[in-house]
Design a protein around this ligand. Structure first.
Ligand code: HEC
Ligand code: HEC
Length: 202
């Protein structure tokens, strides 16, 4: 009985209200971050073509993805292989803490590799294609590809990763990627490569 009372008092203690860093400082989240870092890099600043950068990713998008992995609703081969197992061990609270942590990290600046291709990509990113067959990507992903809520940050993601995702949106493997389906079906491979090069350079 006594311990229950003590527990209730602790729960009402103002010192236990969430800090500005959200749930990222929970011990279980800090432990998980070390595991994530082995693939996604310290602070989520990966530059590897297989492991997408997580630094600066939007909170809402991160939470949705981690839950989609756990529910097996995002099912590309590499996601099954790398992300299903680890996400199955995470609670909602830990997922929110991980999202708080990565949203607060400063991303690395983008990498420019081919100015001509990037200029082609910029044109599509800002204006779309044709008669709204492909909508301007800026309308959801932001003018600098910085992301907004459910629409992820694309700036600085490796071009090969971005290209793979645009291909995946043509399939049912990313269920919540449905919002991108008409774009993915209307874009050809050359346009996807240009878009991928552009966002990597941001
Ligand atoms: C063993 C390596 C490995 C570990 C450990 C790992 N990941 Fe991943 N993760 C990957 C790979 C590989 C992909 C991308 C697969 C693909 O290309 O489809 C990925 C994709 C993701 C994505 C999707 C990113 C996006 O832009 O959509 C998120 C989010 C993510 N991981 C979060 C985490 C978190 C959080 C942890 C730690 C709890 C973690 N990962 C641990 C390998 C790993
Ligand atoms: C109507 C809003 C909207 C438009 C327009 C849009 N997107 Fe998206 N995009 C989204 C949302 C929402 C997601 C997250 C889907 C999910 O949860 O799986 C997404 C996901 C993505 C991803 C996956 C990123 C990752 O980290 O895995 C890429 C790449 C992408 N969009 C590129 C583009 C490009 C390029 C364009 C323009 C041709 C575009 N999007 C237009 C809303 C949009």
């Amino acid at each position: 009985m006594l311990s229950l009372v003590a527990c209730a008092a602790w729960a009402q203690n103002p010192a236990s209200t969430p800090s500005p860093a959200g749930k990222s400082e929970l011990p279980a989240v800090q432990r998980a971050v070390h595991v994530c870092a082995s693939c996604h890099g310290d602070f989520g600043r990966s530059t590897h073509k297989l492991y997408p950068a997580l630094a600066g990713q939007t909170r809402d998008y991160m939470i949705r993805q981690m839950k989609d992995f756990r529910d097996q609703a995002r099912a590309e081969t590499d996601i099954q292989a790398y992300m299903w197992g680890i996400s199955a061990l995470l609670t909602d609270e830990q997922i929110e803490g991980l999202a708080d942590y990565y949203a607060a990290q400063t991303p690395l600046p983008g990498k420019s590799r081919n100015a001509k291709l990037e200029a082609e990509g910029k044109q599509i990113f800002e204006q779309g294609v044709g008669d709204h067959t492909v909508r301007a990507c800026t309308s959801c992903h932001g003018t600098n590809a910085q992301g907004d809520g459910a629409a992820p940050r694309l700036a600085g993601l490796h071009a090969e990763y971005v290209f793979r995702q645009l291909q995946a949106f043509k399939t049912p493997l990313r269920r919540h990627g449905n919002v991108m389906k008409s774009e993915a079906q209307a874009l050809n491979d050359a346009q996807m490569k240009a878009l991928a090069a552009y966002v990597m350079s941001r």
